[in-house]
Design a protein around this ligand. Structure first.
Ligand SMILES: [Zn+2]
Ligand SMILES: [Zn+2]
Length: 203
């Protein structure tokens, strides 16, 4: 067999612990023209190995995105010396912190302005960095998935008390039930108190 780098997760080596193979691998169905099976090592999260399409995938490699560090891009105007030896405006781009750290305040002739085409997102698990529209898209997807999970968790919490809520409604405490639902969805600290009140009136 021959070992081949995985182009998705970037893993290219087999690791052994105590003489046992400790790396997830996939193998070509048939031997290649050289008569060798091709073995591809993977990280445990690699979609090629798990066979699962992640909810949010890295635009570069398809790895599941489990963390994102989003840095909006900015552009600042700085004076520079042109080829003719005269001072002219030039532009530098970077994150706000980066620009302030890199450039002496006196050099920046205008406040840095947002420049979304230079937004950057650092992605975990694969460690790729994507920019501009790609970065914005992944950021939105990550946010949407998190919102959806929060909604689902809230619904599940409400569902666990479905019996209590319907008896409270039947007993004329519909307003209190509504407040409880809203509190759960907003993750308000009031939710447990309202639930206790509901138990008192309808439990
Ligand atoms: Zn892989
Ligand atoms: Zn990636």
């Amino acid at each position: 067999m021959s070992v081949d780098l995985c182009r998705t997760c970037g893993r290219g080596e087999l690791e052994f612990t105590g003489g046992r193979l400790d790396t997830p691998t996939t193998r070509s169905v048939r031997p290649g023209p050289d008569g060798l099976y091709q073995v591809q090592p993977h990280h445990r999260w690699c979609p090629v190995y798990t066979g699962q399409t992640p909810e949010v995938g890295c635009p570069r490699c398809g790895a599941p995105v489990e963390g994102i560090d989003y840095r909006p891009g900015y552009q600042a105007r700085v004076p520079a010396v042109g080829p003719d030896g005269r001072i002219r405006d030039d532009h530098v781009v970077g994150t706000l912190d980066g620009l302030h750290a890199e450039l002496p305040a006196t050099l920046v002739t205008a406040q840095p302005r947002p420049a979304p085409q230079f937004d950057k997102a650092y992605l975990a698990l694969c460690g790729h960095t994507v920019e501009g529209a790609d970065a914005q898209r992944v950021f939105r997807q990550v946010r949407d998935v998190a919102d959806r999970r929060r909604r689902e968790q809230a619904e599940a919490t409400i569902e666990r008390h479905a019996g209590l809520l319907s008896s409270a409604e039947a007993a004329g405490y519909g307003q209190l039930v509504l407040r409880y639902r809203q509190a759960v969805h907003c993750r308000s600290a009031d939710a447990p108190g309202i639930l206790t009140a509901l138990r008192t009136v309808a439990g």
